[in-house]
Design a protein around this ligand. Structure first.
Ligand code: EPS
Length: 404
């Protein structure tokens, strides 16, 4: 059973995470994790904080001579901005008076946080609810991503739309139609999407989106969007139908929905299927190259809570960032009077970053069910179990049904 916890406030000294349960002898280094951290910081429309931070991880434990020990892996990411927040975010009591935040931003955790935790300063809600926490998640999930790569599982993503601007070339439809070259992989997908400033696959769409972000900025407004995450190389048989918490699709929906500002998650062509006939929704079973497979992949690589062996396809919606430079209505809690909401430094758009975070969370979910199925205390043991299962799979089905 793998697990991780993160800790750290947005403007505290650092973010930390402990990653537990991975087998020994997996090669990992800080450069690998830093590459993913950099991808999370990227994207047109991010705010000034990303100019301050240059997220780098320090591996504190669980790794020796570049390989995991099978022991808890602890990771640290320092907040460069801490320098400017030492008094305001001091762990110990300070004599200096700090201004309390009394106006909650609609759409952020400001009001619900003070309501729930009995705070007299909204700062206490902002700090941990900030999407800064996702830097620690990306670091933790990089271990899962590296582990999956050992089995040829690659996770990639692209931004499908920002502010309602979609590409004319519907790549998502190609995924559902299973209309991709045999060499298509999550890794190759990222080589394309990472080239774009907003991580889209179409340069015409990129131009339109950047213009829309520019106009949102001018108006002091923000935008959300939709993105697609794809995992290729996933074997048949991860997850189960036996319990609600062993279903791969339920696990993934939970993981993606837990990302800040995500308000919708869809597996495969979920919403399309709801509007169409069964014959247009399900994936016909065929034999190709002597193996059982499907004509299409509208199920998004999961049937009955179990992976089908086709790419896992997850689509998600991110709402616009809650901090608005042209604010909407709120209430000053110190006076209980109507006011305009509070402005503070923030992003205008963070959909490209959100897609990278979702890749990381998807890696975690798949690694969790992968290790549940194949187990192993060392990477060698996990590989042995995996290869035995994969090599026997087709003949096992054939032999079981022979002559019946
Ligand atoms: C973020 C750091 C934050 C924001 C953003 C994400 O930095 P700061 O609050 O110091 O500007 O840029 O957080 C939000 C948009 C949010 O609503 O919390 C990061 O590291 O991703």
């Amino acid at each position: 059973m793998i697990r991780f916890l993160t800790a750290g406030e947005s403007h505290g000294k650092a973010l930390t995470t402990i990653v537990d349960g991975f087998p020994s002898n997996l090669k990992i280094n800080s450069e690998y994790i830093d590459y993913q951290l950099k991808r999370r910081q990227f994207g047109y429309g991010r705010g000034l904080r990303m100019k301050i931070e240059n997220d780098k991880v320090e591996i504190l434990s669980g790794v020796r001579f570049g390989k995991t020990l099978g022991t808890p892996i602890s990771l640290l990411i320092s907040n460069k901005d801490w320098e400017n927040w030492q008094t305001k975010m001091s762990v110990t009591e300070v004599d200096e008076q700090t201004d309390k935040i009394t106006i909650p931003r609609p759409g952020h955790a400001d009001l619900v946080g003070v309501s729930k935790y009995n705070f007299d300063d909204i700062r206490n809600s902002i700090e941990r609810s900030s999407a800064r926490e996702t830097a620690a998640r990306v670091a933790a999930c990089s271990v899962a991503r590296k582990f999956l790569e050992e089995f040829g599982i690659h996770i990639g993503s692209y931004v499908e739309s920002i502010g309602g601007i979609f590409s004319k070339d519907d790549f998502t439809q190609k995924l559902f139609n299973n209309d991709l070259s045999s060499s298509f992989s999550g890794k190759k997908l990222n080589l394309l999407s990472d080239k774009s400033q907003v991580r889209v696959l179409d340069s015409e769409q990129e131009k339109k989106i950047i213009n829309k972000i520019k106009s949102a900025k001018k108006k002091g407004d923000t935008l959300g969007g939709t993105f697609v995450v794809v995992a290729t190389g996933v074997p048949v048989g991860l997850g189960s139908f036996v319990h609600y918490d062993r279903r791969m699709d339920a696990e993934i929906a939970h993981a993606i929905m837990s990302i800040n500002a995500v308000k919708g998650v869809e597996i495969g062509a979920g919403f399309y299927s709801a509007e169409n006939f069964g014959s247009q929704s399900h994936d016909e079973i065929i034999i190709s190259k002597n193996k059982l497979t499907r004509k299409t992949n509208r199920a998004g690589g999961i049937e009955g809570g179990i992976t089908t062996g086709l790419p896992v396809i997850v689509r998600a919606a991110m709402k616009p960032i809650a901090t608005l430079m042209s604010p909407i209505e709120s209430v000053d809690l110190s006076k209980m009077k109507k006011v305009l909401s509070r402005r503070e430094r923030s992003d205008f758009v963070a959909v490209p970053a959100c897609a990278v975070i979702a890749e990381s969370m998807l890696a975690w979910s798949i690694a969790k069910f992968f290790l549940e199925k194949f187990g192993g205390d060392s990477l060698e043991e996990t590989k042995q179990n995996y290869h035995k299962y994969i090599s026997e799979l087709h003949n096992r089905i054939k032999n079981n049904f022979k002559g019946k």
